[in-house]
Design a protein around this ligand. Structure first.
Ligand SMILES: NC(=O)c1ccc[n+]([C@@H]2O[C@H](COP(=O)([O-])OP(=O)(O)OC[C@H]3O[C@@H](n4cnc5c(N)ncnc54)[C@H](O)[C@@H]3O)[C@@H](O)[C@H]2O)c1
Length: 184
């Protein structure tokens, strides 16, 4: 605010994904850290940003994940943060609609970022895991972050001016039904 005098948007994008564990192997500290970074962060950005967004009739966008809808093995606490984020997006959309503030989320499946590259290295068979990720999207490849950035810009722009409370998949159709092996 000191530098620009206004706030047009908040994008809650930062997150961690580890540990790769089922719930009973997740420590209380790991659970708390995931919820602090992935979810309570949204409480803080909203607490400190909502007045400025009311003044600008700005937007809030959060990065969820398809796993928040579909589930994922060995990531119980991470999946819980993303499922909660999707529910929170709807509640916030209702609370802030009277102020003209739109609240949306987007859900990638897999995207080649430093987080995903590290996660692949941490898996028991990194080569097979990378191959798996390159084939889970119906559109046939695992993308770079530009596909997510384009959707973020859209949801934050006036072109999305009548969209609020949605979580938009940016998933290349990863969640669409069963596919034959070797078809993508
Ligand atoms: N990469 C994927 O395949 C994928 C899939 C689904 C969802 N997502 C989501 O996309 C978003 C971005 O992930 P990414 O893949 O770019 O991860 P990344 O690790 O490459 O980047 C995450 C960013 O969050 C920041 N961050 C982490 N903890 C922080 C903290 N405590 N305070 C401030 N900043 C912190 C990191 O510095 C980093 O810049 C996350 O919400 C993630 O859950 C990613």
């Amino acid at each position: 605010m000191a530098r620009y005098g206004r706030l047009d948007a908040i994008h809650n994008n930062a997150a961690i994904s580890g540990p790769s564990k089922p719930l009973h192997e997740t420590t209380g500290e790991q659970w708390d850290q995931l919820f602090a970074i992935n979810l309570k962060s949204i409480y803080h950005t909203t607490l400190h940003g909502v007045d400025a967004l009311k003044a600008s009739r700005g937007c809030i966008l959060s990065t969820a994940s398809m796993v928040g809808v579909l589930g994922q093995e060995n990531h119980a606490a991470y999946v819980a943060t993303k499922g909660a984020l999707i529910a929170l997006t709807k509640a916030m959309a209702l609370d802030y609609a009277p102020f003209g503030i739109r609240v949306n989320a987007l859900s990638p499946a897999a995207v080649w970022t430093p987080l995903l590259r590290q996660w692949v290295q941490d898996q028991p068979n990194p080569v097979a895991t990378e191959d798996f990720l390159n084939h889970i999207h119906a559109l046939g490849f695992c993308p770079e972050g530009d596909v997510v950035a384009d959707v973020a810009v859209f949801l934050l722009s006036a072109r999305a001016r009548f969209i609020t409370g949605v979580t938009l998949p940016v998933s290349g159709g990863a969640e669409l039904g069963y596919r034959r092996l070797g078809t993508s």
